[in-house]
Design a protein. Structure first.
Length: 607
């Protein structure tokens, strides 16, 4: 795995779990040491921000300057990404239950949550207790906060656990087994934990019988359940799910709660039909507790093969499949060979994508709009292609979803705007000012508080007529009816930039947006263009062109691929057409050459 820098905001005053040692200028304690070990194992590089005069975690989290908000104690809450709360430790201090957690912000890589969750699930209580005691014995060289009841109580709990472990070695064999069982049990649900799963998996699942087993990963969106109800209700539903799974666990099956919001079931199954019937029966019982909460669940299914020896990989694949099923609103996702291959490719790309943005590996491509009356180039749409150093040029379908998952889509949007403005300036310098360029913006970018300031800063760097620049807004963004987006679009028009509604016509739900957004252009969706040639399709497209013209709006048609489509659109009075009929997207240098050729021919004819 290529090294990815992860920025953490530490808790400077949670000695000995985590604290800032002013003498050494470093964060120390149990959590920093565990994160260092995590870093060495996974390849992530963890870097702490210095705390300043006061605890900086809230400020850093609110401004998305960090990936991890560390050592959140008890009910402390910060701005973080749903479903990315990592439990580090639960204990009691003076009889009061206290939890220590990591929260991940929207800036964190998508894969980080699962990797951290898996790592901390494998750290035993004894290891944590030993680290706490070692931290206390080490004595910080300079530490500004006093050791309060929380720290002293925590040390007593850790010392008690350590003493218990020492006494354990002197007890009888049966007592050892009982303690081992307790250590391998999840305290909230009563099922096994990660240690239990790992031990039993290694003992019972062997190469000779591995192909008979199926991994079912049951994901519960605990974070959302806590927000819509409360923690107690969410935990009760988790216990109900565990109860159903226990009732459906056979003698040869292994059930464990391996992550905070997930159960792994390694189940021996004779075939797919039997597995499906068993799963549907389990899901029906889970839904019997709460239909609403059942929609916050998903199951990932991996049928094991003889060569599947790595339990970590099996858990990672099945857990991600379960999360995907939950996001898509489906009951389960079958993680077959093709899905696992695509998932692993996505994981690799996730590790590369930040580097790609930093190294400017994304390039401007342009797909032309043609004047429907003359078939001459009138404008172009700014598109992105990723020049991956190993995989070659990648199309948007392979990296746009990843950018959205990673919360990086706005970086590409602003980068593409910068490239488009630079292209328009080059045309302006040679006197070509009739060509326009359209740029797409995601809903997430449009909603950013500093959207207008960022756009203005980019555009003011370049010299060109603002009428040459078009901001394209998708119908999906329009239909969210965000007041912030509406205000931003009005501000864009005030800057002299024109607005186009993209993908227009899907269900005709965006007709009401014409009055709200006052667009200068409408781009008809390809699905409308594909209707041409039928009586109904011709009537719909011609009607939309007529309505647009009555309102003074330029009509663009996207996705034209056949001669008859182009001819019909021109006959109906469509202003501009885009599609593979006229050519595929091309690199900006090739687009500039084509434009210069067209401009030269025009001068020769007029000469």
């Amino acid at each position: 795995m290529e090294e990815i820098i992860i920025y953490a905001a530490g808790n400077p005053d949670a000695y000995p779990v985590e604290y800032y040692d002013w003498g050494t200028g470093t964060y120390r304690g149990m959590i920093p040491e565990l994160l260092q070990e995590f870093s060495e194992i996974t390849g992530y590089e963890i870097q702490y921000y210095e705390p300043g005069e006061n605890d900086q975690r809230r400020h850093l989290a609110d401004n998305y300057q960090v990936d991890i908000i560390s050592c959140c104690v008890g009910e402390e809450t910060f701005e973080h990404k749903a479903g990315t709360e990592i439990l580090v430790m639960e204990t009691k201090q003076d009889g009061i239950p206290v939890s220590y957690r990591l929260l991940l912000t929207a800036a964190a890589p998508e894969s980080l949550a699962a990797d951290l969750e898996f790592f901390f699930a494998g750290v035993s209580k004894e290891t944590k207790a030993g680290m706490l005691i070692a931290a206390a014995e080490r004595k910080p060289s300079l530490y500004r906060a006093r050791i309060g009841w929380a720290a002293s109580g925590l040390l007593l709990a850790a010392a008690g656990l350590a003493a218990g472990m020492a006494a354990l070695s002197r007890k009888c064999r049966s007592y050892r087994r009982q303690l081992e069982k307790n250590e391998e049990t999840d305290t909230l649900t009563g099922v096994g934990n990660m240690d239990y799963l790992r031990r039993n998996y290694e003992n019972f699942v062997i190469p000779e019988n591995r192909a008979l087993y199926v991994m079912f990963y049951f994901y519960v969106d605990l974070e959302t359940l806590k927000k819509t109800g409360d923690t107690a209700q969410a935990h009760e539903f988790l216990r109900q799910v565990a109860s159903v799974l226990l009732d459906n666990t056979g003698d040869r099956d292994i059930l464990a709660r391996v992550f905070d919001s997930g159960f792994a079931m390694v189940r021996m199954s004779p075939g797919e039909q039997e597995s499906k019937e068993w799963l549907l029966n389990v899901l029906s019982h889970i839904k019997g507790f709460s239909e609403k909460n059942a929609n916050k669940t998903g199951v990932g299914i991996c049928r094991l093969k003889e060569e599947d020896w790595d339990l970590n990989e099996i858990l990672l694949s099945s857990s991600q499949g379960a999360r995907e099923a939950c996001r898509e609103g489906t009951d389960y996702k079958i993680c077959d060979d093709n899905w696992i291959r695509l998932f692993r490719e996505e994981r690799n790309l996730q590790a590369d994508i930040r580097r790609g943005l930093e190294n400017e590996e994304f390039h401007l491509y342009i797909q032309f709009y043609m004047d429907a009356g003359t078939n001459r180039i009138a404008g172009g749409e700014a598109l992105a292609r990723w020049g991956h150093p190993e995989k070659g040029f990648l199309s948007p379908g392979s990296f746009i979803p990843l950018l959205e998952k990673e919360g990086l889509i706005s970086r590409l949007d602003y980068y593409s705007l910068d490239q488009a403005c630079s292209f328009l300036e080059r045309l302006h310098q040679v006197g070509m000012e009739s060509f326009f360029m359209s740029c797409n913006f995601s809903f997430e970018t449009l909603e950013e508080e500093d959207f207008i300031d960022r756009c203005r800063e980019i555009m003011e760097t370049y010299q060109f007529s603002r009428k040459q620049l078009i901001f394209q807004i998708t119908e999906q963004a329009v239909m969210r009816n965000s007041p912030v987006v509406i205000n931003h679009i009005k501000a864009v028009k005030d800057m002299g930039v024109e607005i186009a509604l993209d993908d227009f016509g899907e269900g005709f739900t965006a007709l009401s947006a014409i009055g709200e957004y006052s667009p200068d252009m409408l781009q008809m969706d390809k699905r409308l263009v594909d209707l041409l040639g039928s009586d109904a399709g011709d009537a719909i497209v011609e009607g939309m062109i007529g309505v647009g013209h009555k309102l003074g709006i330029t009509i663009l048609a996207g996705g034209a691929e056949r001669t008859e489509q182009v001819q019909l659109l021109a006959k109906m009075g469509c202003d501009m057409i885009q599609g593979f009929y006229f050519g595929h997207p091309m690199p900006s240098w090739e687009a500039a050459r084509r434009l210069l050729e067209q401009n030269t021919k025009t001068r020769e004819v007029c000469g």
